[in-house]
Write a protein that binds this ligand. Sequence first.
Ligand code: HEM
Length: 367
Amino acid sequence: MMLETTFPFGFEASTTFYLVLYVLTWVLHVAFMGYVLAGSFYVAWATVFPGKSLPPRSEQPICELLREWIPFMLSGAITAGVAPLLFVQIIYRQEFYTANLLLGWRWLMVIPVLIVAFYLLYLLKSRAVATWSLAARGITVAGVAGSFLFVAFCWTTNHLLGINRDGWANSYETGTVVAAALPLVLRLLTWVAGVFPVMCLIVAWQLAGRDSMSSSSDTPVSPPARALARMAIGGLLVAVISGTAYATQLPDSVRQHLLGAAGQAWLYAVGAGVVLQVFGWVHMLRQREFCHRTLSVISVASLVTLTGTASLREIVRVSQVDLLSIVQNCRSAADVGGFALFVVCLVLNILLVGVCLLLTRTGLRRQ
Ligand code: HEM
């Protein structure tokens, strides 16, 4: 019965309920996290390689905007990470906690590393940094990007450890947390490359709202629309290649589920989403300015791609864990109740976040 129909259907209602919530909240986390991870890589690159054009890359709109917004988006990534963090503990209790314990000090380092990265991000926003030598600025931006890469590495390693039940005893004895380097590298590369189109899309919407961008047509600087389009297409291509290479590393039984009833529809959705995004960005490449209609199409395509990827990611995990135990976990969580309270808190939180954003926006406009 299970995994013989499109994921997440074919399970008990409680399992489907938690899987749906998990996938959707994780997609939200990826939107914020993508901005932070890809954005910090871009800022590091633009700072170390300022280019020959004037103004230097690090003072052009994309980089300035990223430096301004990454700290806020990091708060968003952390806040949006809490919901899937709760659901992953409900669904995959034993796998998740075991992986946490096996990761040991690396897992404990995630919070201090994020705190240091937070402070470095605010440092990057200060005027004083502009007066520093290239080496000092380079070390700072590399520190920020390196911190986020470390956090991403920890999440991916934790995930892979969780689904490798056969390797737990050996990992405990030897302290080795990476069972095989290639799948880890390919999976991590898929996330790192795959978040570039997400970051580019959000930045494009942000820049599209700025009137000043339309006046850039007679400057020698590559217009942001084209730079973002090139970056997004590059990220999509690398993510598709590394994601496919990662799939070749999976056991046959897992691949069968991806290609079979559980994953087929999602594979088509991801394929269509990627193709549509590439078309949208190629269209943007020919333009000097941002087109709202094109950005809307890319946004829908991106949402489909992310939801499809999140579902495929879950099929890979579900087909490697003890299915009966996750069904049991979800059933007992649902039996506890509290759904009405959950909905009330969800609505209240959405309203409160909305009010905070509105207040900030109004405050910024008045300045
Ligand atoms: C900017 C910092 C962060 C980065 C770069 C990051 C990156 C990632 C990546 C790459 C994954 C996918 C791992 C995989 O499937 O291989 C992931 C998953 C996840 N992240 Fe984040 N993350 C960050 C911060 C956080 C924080 C602070 C939280 C919690 C409050 C969080 C919660 C989660 C959860 C719950 C998952 C899913 C884990 C699973 O299903 O096994 N993340 N993150």
